[in-house]
Ligand binder design. Structure first.
Ligand code: NAD
Ligand code: SER
Length: 318
C-alpha cells in the first residue's frame, strides 16, 4: 500500500495518478495538508509535521511505501526561512523515523538542483562535487539527502532519491519555485497574453518534462535494491535552456508571442544554480534516460494546454 505525502502539489498530483495506474487505485492513499479541489480516489488530510498523525495513517492503511513530496520550494522558502526549514526537515525526519519503526519497504524523497551553489561546477555538474546551497530550501534538501543516506547506512532503510531539475508539466501549476517561469510562460502563450519573466533572458537552468520526472521516480523505486549505489540522491538530467530559448521555441507555434524580462529576487537564486547536469550514475545504475528535449516538450505542452483551456473555461482564471 502506497502513501503519497504532498499529493496535491505540482508533481504529487501527477505522480499519484501514475502510481494508481501502476499499483491500482485502491492501493494508493493520497495525502496533503489540504483537501484537493477535485477529490478523486482515496485521500486523507495529513500535516507531515505531526508525527502521530503520520503513524496513525501508516497503521490504519497498512502503508508499505511512502513518496514524501511535501516541501516548501526555493522562492517561497525565502519568504519565511525558519518555517520552511521546519516543514522540510521535520517532515522528512518524521517520514524516515516512522518508516524505520514500522519497517516500511521503501521511501522516496525528492531532492533538487537547489543543493548546488556558486562553488559548484556549472556545466555538466558532476554527481559528487562541491555543494554550497544559498537558499533555505537547498540547505534543507542537502541535509535531507544526508539524512536519507544515514538512515540507509545505520538502519538499512531502503530510501531512494533523485535531484529533480525544474519540472514542467501541463497538468498542474508550480508551487513557488525559481523555475516556475517555465510553466507560467506556456499558460500565457496559449491564452495569447504577453508574459513577464522574472529571470533574465540568458539564465540557463536544468529542466525536465513532467513525464520524465514521473518516469524517473517510478524507475528508481522499481529498480532492484542492489542496483542503487547512491543513497544520498541521484543527479538526473532532462534538458537545459534559457528563457529566451524557451520563448523562441514557443514562438515557433505562436509567432506573435511576446515576453518581457523583469528579474526579481529569484534571479539571484537561479544564478547560484548550475546550467546542466551529468547523470551517468543514474543511467548506469538503473537505466535512466530522459525522453523529452525542448522541442518535444514545447509541442506537448502547447497541445495539452490548448485542449485544457478549450475544454475547461475555469482554467482561464488561472
Ligand atoms: P508543490 O509546492 O507544488 O507541492 C507541495 C505540496 O506539499 C502541496 O500540495 C502542499 O499543500 C503540501 N504541503 C505543504 N506543507 C505540508 C505539510 N506540512 N504537510 C503535508 N503536505 C504539505 O511542490 P512540487 O513542485 O510538487 O514538488 C514536490 C517535491 O519535489 C518537493 O519535495 C520539491 O522540493 C521537489 N522538487 C520539485 C521540483 C519542481 O520543479 N517542481 C524540482 C525539484 C524538486
Ligand atoms: N523547481 C524547484 C524550485 O525552483 C527546484 O527544486 O524551487
Amino acid at each position: 500500500m502506497v502513501l503519497v505525502i504532498g499529493a496535491n502539489g505540482q508533481i504529487g498530483s501527477v505522480l499519484t495518478k501514475a502510481l494508481k495506474n501502476r499499483y491500482g487505485a485502491g492501493q494508493v492513499i493520497a495525502s496533503d495538508i489540504r483537501v484537493p479541489q477535485q477529490l478523486e480516489g482515496r485521500f486523507v488530510i495529513l500535516d507531515i509535521t505531526k508525527r502521530n498523525r503520520l503513524e496513525e495513517v501508516v497503521d490504519r492503511f497498512g502503508i508499505t511505501q511512502i513518496y514524501h513530496l511535501a516541501a516548501i520550494l526555493s522562492a517561497k522558502g525565502e519568504t519565511n526561512p525558519i518555517h520552511s526549514w521546519d516543514i522540510n526537515m521535520k517532515g522528512l525526519l518524521n517520514v524516515l523515523e516512522v518508516a524505520r519503526l514500522h519497517q516500511l519497504e521503501k521511501v522516496f524523497f525528492p531532492s533538487s538542483i537547489a543543493v548546488f551553489g556558486t562553488n559548484t561546477p556549472k556545466e555538466l555538474t558532476p554527481q559528487f562535487t562541491l555543494m554550497n546551497p544559498s537558499t533555505v530550501y537547498g540547505i534543507s534538501k542537502l541535509a535531507g539527502e544526508q539524512w536519507c543516506q544515514y538512515y540507509f547506512e545505520k538502519y538499512g532503510l531502503d530510501v531512494r532519491s533523485v535531484r529533480y531539475p525544474g519540472v514542467i508539466g501541463h497538468q498542474s501549476l508550480p508551487g513557488g519555485g525559481t523555475t516556475d517561469y517555465a510553466v507560467e510562460i506556456f499558460h500565457a502563450a496559449v491564452q495569447q497574453k504577453t508574459y513577464t519573466c522574472f529571470l533574465k533572458e540568458d539564465t540557463m537552468l536544468p529542466m525536465m518534462y513532467m513525464h520524465d520526472a514521473v518516469q524517473a521516480t517510478i524507475s528508481i523505486m522499481d529498480a532492484p535494491k542492489s542496483s542503487i549505489s547512491i543513497r544520498s540522491s541521484y543527479n538526473i538530467a532532462g534538458m537545459s535552456f534559457t528563457p529566451i530559448q524557451l520563448t523562441q521555441a514557443i514562438q515557433h507555434h505562436f509567432p506573435n508571442f511576446k515576453v518581457n524580462f523583469k528579474p526579481d529576487f529569484r534571479q539571484k537564486i537561479a544564478d547560484s544554480w548550475t546550467n546542466s547536469i551529468d547523470d551517468h550514475y543514474a543511467r548506469n545504475d538503473w537505466a535512466w534516460k530522459a525522453e523529452y528535449d525542448l522541442k518535444k516538450m514545447t509541442e506537448e505542452m502547447i497541445h495539452h494546454l490548448k485542449i485544457n483551456y478549450f475544454n475547461n473555461p475555469k482554467f482561464l482564471k488561472i
